[in-house]
Design a protein around this ligand. Structure first.
Ligand SMILES: CC(C)(COP(=O)(O)OP(=O)(O)OC[C@H]1O[C@@H](n2cnc3c(N)ncnc32)[C@H](O)[C@@H]1OP(=O)(O)O)[C@@H](O)C(=O)NCCC(=O)NCCS
Length: 191
């Protein structure tokens, strides 16, 4: 996975260099750190009822502003968060990916997540970006475990999580209703 930055973060080797995860690429996607300049793309996506079916419905302007503020602050605090995704082919905005702290039943976890515009569904892109986010979580951030939350009936998302190697843990009550909690544990680095 080619990286735009330098510095490998905390990682397995315990080096305390700063994280630089602001941009990376997969085979078909270019990911860049969320910034305030992405507001129009987020509006486009979060006003689409098809995209937001399992995410609590479309976001109004106030909801979007709060989303942006919260997720910009997450980047400042942790050095990772929401990435905005563009298709390498054609360069158009395609979706977003997430690695983010989340409270699950009172416990601090880091979740992986994703969302794409419908034109990009069904091509394996969510699976591709999830693999990349999990590698970052393990190798750059140095996490031992990552979770994901999908609405119980979000079959496509649950399939993505299973394909990416997460396993169903249990049903939990999340902000907008009952969710399937998935988890992946990373084996400790050898040597
Ligand atoms: C969920 C979402 C990210 C999936 O993206 P995607 O790029 O189409 O996902 P992938 O192509 O990597 O994989 C989807 C898998 O689910 C399967 N799938 C799609 N719709 C399905 C359905 N209704 N029921 C069962 N499986 C389904 C696909 O066949 C594919 O599996 P396969 O590779 O074995 O054929 C996309 O639909 C989306 O952005 N939805 C709106 C936002 C959202 O819900 N995000 C997740 C929040 S938890």
């Amino acid at each position: 996975m080619p990286r735009g930055g330098h510095g490998s973060g905390l990682g397995h080797h315990g080096r305390l260099s700063p994280l630089n995860l602001e941009r990376f690429q997969t085979a078909r996607l270019r990911a860049e750190r969320l910034s305030a300049a992405h507001l129009p793309q987020l509006q486009h996506m979060d006003r689409d009822p098809q995209v937001m079916t399992y995410l609590g419905g479309v976001r109004d302007d106030a909801g979007l502003e709060a989303y942006l503020e919260r997720n910009l602050a997450h980047w400042d605090q942790f050095g990772y968060g929401v990435w905005v995704l563009h298709a390498l082919q054609g360069g158009n905005f395609a979706g977003r990916a997430v690695l983010r702290h989340v409270d699950v039943d009172g416990r601090d976890e880091v979740e992986v997540g994703y969302g794409f515009l419908p034109a990009y569904w069904g091509q394996g892109l969510a699976t591709e970006i999830t693999h990349a986010c999990l590698r970052i979580a393990r190798d750059d951030v140095g996490l031992r475990s990552v979770v994901a939350l999908a609405a119980m009936d979000n079959a496509a998302s649950r399939k993505v999580l299973e394909k990416a190697g997460l396993r169903f843990d249990r049903q939990v009550q999340h902000v907008i209703g009952p969710h399937a909690l998935y988890r992946i544990d990373f084996a400790p680095a050898s040597g």
